[in-house]
Ligand binder design. Structure first.
Ligand code: UTP
Length: 285
């Protein structure tokens, strides 16, 4: 079985739910405490053994490229002043390990993934949506890579959501379950609660076989007039193994303001350098 070496980060979206903060700054650069959202997803991918990081960006996202580049002036100045560069270690990559491709128009998540097809080539790959901040040990993608070593094929990250919220997610039609793995028999995009086949939602981590690119190439429009990744995956079900992996950990939907603030508080409370001050602050609120 081929190792999962490449990860695609689709970050071509507009981030309208965070306006005006995201008018000039990409949503993925919003910080949770002192790391931008994109850094959490990249760290998670590194921990899972990913070697090549493919960002599918759009106009106005060049700050993300800068974030993962050397900042010569800053580093030189800090060194001269005797300041530690430790905080920058995770932003560094060997030349060639990061690739950037532009999605010229925001035609949907499926389209963004398809934009990476030439860089992905003929091998399995991971997809990480940085909006979903996954806190757990080991990290979410590592848990999925471990499951992939057992079952191969295509994997989705699955999470049980409240029944009245199925219309916000892609929902799994479940087959046999074995521990954290659930066979995926079908996928329905944003079903009304009464029509949902389960409350197992697809969240922003995937391991996919390259065959998905041929399906995405047909550029079929789905919900909202966008090219949906869920629709393309539906075509692979039954042709290739397809499983959902339930993540042992906590997900924060940072594409949403409530989730973003919750993540900020949770991360702050997990940090020994600030937990007690933040707890006092919350207690006084
Ligand atoms: P969202 O549905 O959160 O959309 O995209 P968005 O544009 O980022 O944010 P809002 O809803 O306007 O606030 C889910 C993921 O798919 C990516 C986004 O960047 C995000 O990671 N995406 C979406 C693309 O890369 N391209 C697209 O055309 C659409």
């Amino acid at each position: 079985m081929d190792k999962v070496r490449k990860a695609v980060f689709p970050i071509g979206g507009l981030g309208t739910r965070f306006l005006p903060a995201t008018k000039a700054m990409p949503k993925e650069m919003l910080p949770i405490v002192d790391r931008p959202l994109i850094q959490y997803a990249v760290d998670e991918a590194r921990e899972a053994g990913i070697e090549q990081f493919i960002f599918v960006t759009s106009r106005g996202k060049s700050l993300i490229e800068d974030h993962f580049d050397h900042s010569f002036e800053l580093e030189e100045m800090m060194e001269r002043r005797g300041k530690s560069l430790d905080a920058l270690v995770d932003t560094r990559f060997a030349p060639g390990d990061i690739a950037i491709v532009r999605q010229q128009e925001p035609l949907g998540l499926g389209h963004a993934v398809w934009c990476a097809r030439r860089l992905v080539g003929d091998e399995p790959f991971a997809v990480l949506l940085p909006d979903d901040l996954m806190i757990g040990q080991p990290g979410c993608l590592k848990q999925m890579v471990e499951a992939y070593a057992r079952v191969g094929g295509n994997l989705l990250c699955a999470e049980e959501v409240p029944h009245d919220r199925t219309n916000k997610y892609g929902i799994i039609t479940p087959g046999a379950a074995d521990g954290t793995l659930t066979e995926v028999r079908g996928l329905v995009e944003k079903p009304a609660p009464a029509e949902a086949p389960s409350n197992l939602a697809v969240i922003g981590r995937y391991i996919l076989q390259p065959a998905i690119m041929d399906i995405l190439a047909q550029q079929e429009e789905g919900a909202g007039g966008e090219i949906q990744l869920t629709d393309a995956m539906t075509h692979l079900i039954g042709r290739q193994p397809f499983h959902g992996v339930t993540f042992a950990g906590t997900r924060y939907d940072c594409g949403d303001k409530h989730g973003f603030v919750s993540a900020t508080i949770a991360v702050a409370l997990s940090r020994p350098d600030m937990a007690s001050a933040v707890r006092d602050c919350l207690a006084g609120a």
